[in-house]
Each structure stands twice: as structure tokens, then as C-alpha cells.
Design a protein around this ligand. Structure first.
Ligand code: ADP
Ligand code: MG
Ligand code: MG
Length: 302
């Protein structure tokens, strides 16, 4: 627990707004017209919560935080070694989100007005009922529900929680290590990313008006997609990443969050799968040239 103060006091650490799904929210708003994105989560009563609120405000993201009276705002200590990162997280208030907050009339009316939903897999460790409330709203009104696997430990250690949400997922996003962890924890015996993506599309689905789309990113390797067709056939595809020169990469932390932001912005705008993936890859390439999960200002356009 002493790590965070040590980093700040003795190692000139920079304070950067994070939160995986919050990064994605800021990313999507970077592309979309003003007032497009609402972010819901939980912070503490401290300066770190204020920083998150301010950063979202600057990015044009409307926030509705539950403010926990006891726990401090969650934080993540990041140490960058070359192009790689080591991270230690203290979830604190991020672990205290409650369904009651979501169900308040002034919050739930925002939920009902929303056209597309995005939930980060990390939230499976916090409030599955809150996820399912959003998922039911999406499925019931045939609105897209996008979900990210977030980290290998989610399919490993939160398997049952994940299995309860998967039937609602229209767009499933993950990286290669998360796809492999899913296959392993479900005893599939598959190690080929395209095969795993394919099988993920065939899992139970509540909203039968949308076929599931699975998107697996692999760092600089091609992004793999699988789409379930009407006749039961599954189509897989690969989308190469536009490499950027190593010397231009600042910090790959949050690449996947940024990808999801660009991808969701594409879905919101009714773009094709191919265009949405390209938007995701474009936004990720901008983000990794910044420090942390940030986006360049003045704004660049796609
Ligand atoms: P995560 O951050 O979840 O591990 P990935 O590493 O798969 O996610 O990165 C997500 C996306 O970010 C990739 O599909 C790619 O578009 C982009 N990206 C990541 N690393 C690089 C890189 N070194 N050069 C260019 N694009 C990258
Ligand atoms: Mg990666
Ligand atoms: Mg990721």
C-alpha cells in the first residue's frame, strides 16, 4: 500500500486519469459529437476523484459517480520499463458501485436514453446485478451491448460471473491473452485465436435479433474477428494493424481501452465492422503515442 506515495514522493510519478472503461468512454467521446457519452462508476471523496471528474469534463464525458463515504478513489501504480508496463491496482471505491445508484430515477433515465452500452469486464468483480440491469435494458430494446474481457484473470477467476453476462453480449472485445484464458478456463482445449473467437460467437444469446461479433486484438498482430451468420456459419477475418515506428510509441498502457473507444464510436455512428475496427486501431495508435491512456490535443480527426 505504500507504493503509491513512494512513486509520487520519490520517483516523480505523474498523475494520469485512468479506469479502463472510463478511458474507453473518453476515447469514444473523442470521436463522437458533443454530449454523446455518459460514464457511470464509483469514486471516493478525495482529490483523485476530483481529478477523474475534471478529466472527463474536459473530454466532454458526462459522469454520474456514486461517491463512497469510506473508501478512497481507486488507483493504479504503473512502472514503465522500455515499452512494457507493470501495474499494481488498489480498487478501493471502484469496488463499491451498487445497483441502487444505477436505479435512481435520474440515473436510470440516462440509461434508458442510451442507444449503445459498454461495460468493462473488470466490473464483474464489483456488481454483476448492475451489469445485468444494463444488459437486460439493451437486450429488451434491441440496443447493442458491448463487453470487454479486460484481463486474463476475469475468465480465470470470475468465470461464473462472466458466464452470466455473456448471453447478453452483442460485441465481445478482448486481447489474445484474454481469449486464451477464456479457452483454458472453459476447458475448450483451443489455442488458435480465430478458433476461440469463432466458438465465442456460438454461445447462448438472449437477443436473437443480433448475431454476436467477437473482436480479439493482438497488439501489433492483426485484429481477429468472428461473426455468426444467420445460417449458423461463422465467418472469421483478420485486420492488420497499421504499425507505428517504435520511437513514436510512448506508453502502450490503455491501448486496448482506446481501441474499444474507437470501435464503440464506430458502432454508435452505424459504421461497418471493418470501419469500426479501423477507428479503434486509429484511436489506439494515437493513445500509445501519449503518456497513459490519453488522447492528443488539439484533436486529430480520423
Ligand atoms: P491490450 O492493451 O488490451 O493488451 P492490444 O495490445 O491488443 O490490447 O492493443 C489494442 C490495439 O492497439 C491493437 O489492436 C492495435 O490496433 C493497437 N496497438 C497496440 N500496440 C501497438 C503498437 N505497438 N503499434 C501500433 N498499434 C498498436
Ligand atoms: Mg496487449
Ligand atoms: Mg486490454
Amino acid at each position: 500500500m505504500g507504493l503509491y506515495e513512494d512513486l509520487l514522493q520519490n520517483h516523480n510519478a505523474k498523475l494520469i486519469a485512468g479506469g479502463a472503461a472510463q478511458n474507453t468512454a473518453r476515447g469514444a467521446q473523442y470521436i463522437l459529437p458533443e454530449n454523446s457519452v455518459v460514464y457511470i462508476g464509483c469514486v471516493g471523496k478525495d482529490k483523485y476523484g476530483d481529478i477523474l471528474r475534471e478529466t472527463c469534463k474536459k473530454a466532454g464525458v458526462h459522469t454520474e459517480y456514486r461517491i463512497d463515504e469510506v473508501q478512497p478513489t481507486g488507483k493504479c501504480g504503473v512502472i514503465i520499463t522500455g515499452h512494457n508496463r507493470s501495474m499494481v491496482t488498489h480498487l478501493a471505491a471502484a469496488n463499491e458501485y451498487k445497483l441502487d445508484h444505477l436505479k435512481q430515477p435520474h440515473i436510470w433515465s440516462l440509461v434508458e436514453k442510451a442507444q449503445v452500452y459498454y461495460v468493462g469486464g473488470y466490473h464483474l468483480t464489483v456488481s454483476v446485478p448492475a451489469i445485468l440491469a444494463l444488459a437486460e435494458e439493451a437486450a429488451g430494446k434491441n440496443k447493442p451491448f458491448v463487453f470487454s474481457l479486460s484481463a486474463p484473470f476475469i475468465p480465470q477467476f470470475f468465470k461464473d460471473q462472466l458466464d452470466s453476462v455473456i448471453p447478453y453480449v452483442d460485441y465481445l472485445i478482448g486481447n489474445e491473452t484474454e481469449a486464451l484464458a477464456y479457452s483454458e478456463s472453459h476447458g475448450w482445449g483451443l489455442s488458435d485465436i480465430a478458433e476461440i473467437a469463432k466458438k465465442l460467437t456460438t454461445l447462448e444469446k438472449k437477443n436473437t435479433q443480433r448475431s454476436r461479433v467477437v473482436i480479439i486484438t493482438q497488439g501489433t498482430l492483426p485484429t481477429v474477428t468472428a461473426v455468426a451468420g444467420a445460417n449458423g456459419a461463422v465467418e472469421t477475418k483478420e485486420y492488420p494493424v497499421h504499425e507505428i515506428p517504435k520511437e513514436k510509441i510512448n506508453d502502450t498502457n490503455g491501448a486496448g481501452d482506446a481501441f474499444a473507444g474507437g470501435f464503440v464510436a464506430g458502432i454508435v455512428q452505424g459504421k461497418s465492422l471493418e470501419q469500426s475496427i479501423d477507428l479503434g486501431q486509429w484511436l489506439a495508435s494515437l493513445s500509445i503515442q501519449e503518456l497513459g491512456p490519453s488522447f492528443p490535443f488539439p484533436k486529430q480527426t480520423y
